[in-house]
Design a protein around this ligand. Structure first.
Ligand code: GEK
Length: 241
């Protein structure tokens, strides 16, 4: 896996973060060293898939990047009558994702679409995974997107929603943010890399609080919202139809 050095050299001007070729070429390393608990989240998505995916249904990975979520689901399907659809609007990601899926030895059908998740059709779904992607969607579009997902889920279907979150009070926010940066330093990122990436992500990755997620998911129609994972300021929720 190529090492992420995207923000290692000093930059005169920090442009907005983009999922371009440079990022896609090191993305596996970048995300596993930037999201505390990332490996655990993916492993557990496989466990959840095994419980909720029904034969003949579709599974969606919205913002699939290099397909890590797709692979977790694909190796935990009840049978090959299930179909996985992975969507990402970065061509740099989807072309690499397609190669990774082509090399995987599982046999269930997978379709990779280079598309905006706001435009994608969702139907006959027993599982929708949105692992660290809603945070990149413009806040005004988040509820319509969740409503769209809800409509496409079968009764009993599940959305797995993982996000970087804001904490509800200053003390929690400061404490967990400090630990998050300590994690990144421990992963080998320098203070310069951390600071430059934070600036590039400002107003691109917009976190919400757990309370906002809960309210929005209920407004979109979901009956139960269950937090199942937290590591510092990263959380994952299960939303049931
Ligand atoms: C993983 N789920 O490895 N439409 C489609 N894709 C989008 C959109 C959009 N509107 N906005 C952003 N993306 C993955 C990690 S990364 C998270 C997901 C991160 C895509 C974007 O191109 C990128 O590939 C992905 O969402 C977010 O489990 O980098 O923190």
């Amino acid at each position: 896996m190529s090492q992420d050095k995207v923000f290692a050299s000093p930059r005169e001007q920090i442009e907005k973060f983009k999922f371009d070729d440079r990022v896609a070429s090191v993305f596996g390393d970048m995300i596993s060293r930037s999201v505390p608990g990332y490996g655990m989240m993916l492993d557990m998505i496989g466990v959840i898939a095994r419980e909720v995916v029904t034969p003949g249904s579709n599974c969606y990975d919205l913002g699939c990047s290099l397909g890590a979520g797709i692979l977790s689901v694909r190796h935990n399907l009840p049978d090959d009558s299930c179909r996985i659809i992975g969507i990402d609007n970065s061509e740099a990601m989807t072309s690499r994702c397609q190669q990774i899926i082509d090399q995987d030895d599982a046999t269930s059908p997978v379709e990779i679409r280079c598309q905006d998740i706001m435009d994608t059709e969702i139907k006959n779904a027993s599982l929708v995974v949105m692992n660290l992607t809603l945070q990149f969607i413009e806040p005004a579009f988040r509820e319509p997107l969740l409503e769209h997902i809800y409509q496409g889920l079968n009764p009993g279907g599940v959305l797995v929603l993982s996000e970087k979150t804001n904490l509800p009070n200053e003390h929690e926010q400061d404490t967990l943010t400090d630990y998050y940066y300590a994690f990144k330093r421990q992963q080998g990122y320098s203070d310069l890399e951390i600071a430059q990436k934070r600036e590039a992500l400002d107003n691109v990755l917009i976190p919400d609080t757990l309370g906002t997620h809960r309210t929005r998911l209920h407004q979109a129609g979901f009956s139960h919202v269950t937090p199942w994972f937290q590591c510092f300021n990263f959380m994952s929720l299960l939303a049931h139809k």
